[in-house]
Design a protein around this ligand. Structure first.
Ligand SMILES: [Zn+2]
Length: 191
């Protein structure tokens, strides 16, 4: 049986789960509190992030822009994917991606937007990561080749989210798990 991959979480793995643990496997300066971890953490991480822009948080927007730009450059320099936190700031995220000529895959984490927004992200080569809070139509319409599954801070086992997504997409849960294992290989090239 496949294990269930959790592409972004704040909880250590349970039986049958493979997790990408925030602050252990991935490191970043979050827009809520953009403090940079030691550079050796970043250089050894599976991915850079969470990082990005959040227009609803208290951190001055200029500070967020500067921290995000710096992490885009680190992601490119180290050749690692970037885990994106984006709240009401997609225009600036897309602009910075172009300005920095970023080619690493970006993972739009905790995506709650509508299907139209997914199309914009796909045009830019992004992966769309869905959590327990999501738009149902977006789950149904996102191409499986660009879709990821994450629990983030939700304490429920990731298997429950796999069950829900599989049922919404009318696919077998094992098939969904196999697809997610492919996404994991594409993104993180495990040996
Ligand atoms: Zn998180």
């Amino acid at each position: 049986m496949n294990s269930f991959i959790d592409f972004h979480t704040h909880h250590p793995s349970r039986e049958g789960e493979v997790v990408i643990l925030n602050g252990t496997d991935t490191w970043g300066a979050h827009p809520w509190n953009p403090v940079f971890p030691p550079i050796e953490h970043l250089s050894k991480a599976l991915a850079i992030g969470e990082c990005g822009l959040d227009r609803l948080c208290d951190t001055p927007y200029e500070t967020q822009l500067e921290a995000f730009r710096r992490q885009i450059r680190l992601s490119e320099q180290y050749g690692k994917p970037l885990i994106l936190h984006c709240v009401k700031a997609l225009d600036d995220v897309l602009r910075l991606q172009l300005e920095e000529r970023a080619i690493q895959p970006w993972i739009f984490h905790a995506f709650r937007g509508k299907p139209q927004q997914i199309r914009q992200l796909l045009k830019r080569g992004m992966y769309v990561s869905f959590g327990f809070r999501h738009n149902t139509e977006s789950i149904q319409s996102c191409p499986i080749e660009r879709m990821l599954v994450e629990s983030d801070e939700d304490p429920r086992p990731i298997r429950l989210l796999y069950e829900k997504i599989a049922s919404l997409r009318q696919m077998d849960i094992e098939e969904l798990a196999r697809e997610m294992a492919c996404r994991y290989k594409e993104l993180f090239h495990p040996r």
